[in-house]
Design a protein around this ligand. Structure first.
Ligand code: SF4
Length: 197
């Protein structure tokens, strides 16, 4: 039972990449585009000039790689978040074409996660966005990986795709729009990366 739980979390003792001369850590997180590139944000929503530096510092200090998930809002609505007048971004993402694009992006991301894990790479977390983000908010139900309905449209699609593959990876929003919340998220990330596997 414990072995099955560890398998679902992607914990493997025998990493296939541990060959002589290969120095990779075999540890990574998946994170949303704007953590690495605030230029992806909607007008008025950037909270720093370029990157979430504290997040990157922790990842670099722990030799954890970063796999960037393309911005779902841009994938669905373009940089300008083009939508009918009076329509919220959330509502626009809930339309069939945008839902299809979010599901496609979620499938591709889940397949990439599955592929890494199949080759012994530990996917330590999926880092999403602020609580009000229409695409990437993370409102978690805990370790199960299930997300509550107020979570972003893309993050819910990704949670569904991972569940289909019987994969559990912890989700966490990086809530950089609120200093107090960001402190909590940074503390969570630090603890997550230092947990022995
Ligand atoms: S949709 Fe996601 S990746 Fe794009 S700007 Fe918003 S939070 Fe960042």
């Amino acid at each position: 039972m414990i072995a099955d739980y560890l398998r679902r979390l992607g914990v493997r003792k025998n990493r296939k990449h541990l060959t002589p001369g290969d120095t990779r850590s075999g540890r990574l997180v998946f994170l949303i585009e704007c953590i690495l590139n605030q230029n992806a944000r909607d007008t008025g929503a950037a909270t720093c000039p370029a990157v979430d530096r504290e997040v990157l510092d922790i990842l670099l200090q722990n030799d954890v790689g970063m796999a960037q998930i393309p911005c779902p809002e841009m994938a669905c609505l373009g940089f300008a978040r083009t939508r009918p007048a009076g329509t919220s971004i959330r509502s626009a993402l809930d339309q069939p074409d945008a839902l299809y694009r979010c599901r496609l992006l979620a499938q591709q991301t889940a397949e990439r996660i599955e592929d890494y894990r199949a080759h012994g790479v530990e996917v330590l977390a999926i880092l999403g966005g602020n609580e009000a983000s229409p695409g990437c908010a993370v409102h978690s139900n805990g370790v199960s990986g299930a997300l509550r309905p107020e979570s972003g449209v893309f993050m819910q699609a990704l949670s569904t795709e991972l569940a289909k593959r019987d994969i559990v990876v912890p989700f966490r929003g990086i809530r950089d729009a609120d200093a107090g919340s960001l402190v909590q998220d940074i503390a969570w990330l630090r603890a997550q990366l230092s947990t022995p596997t």
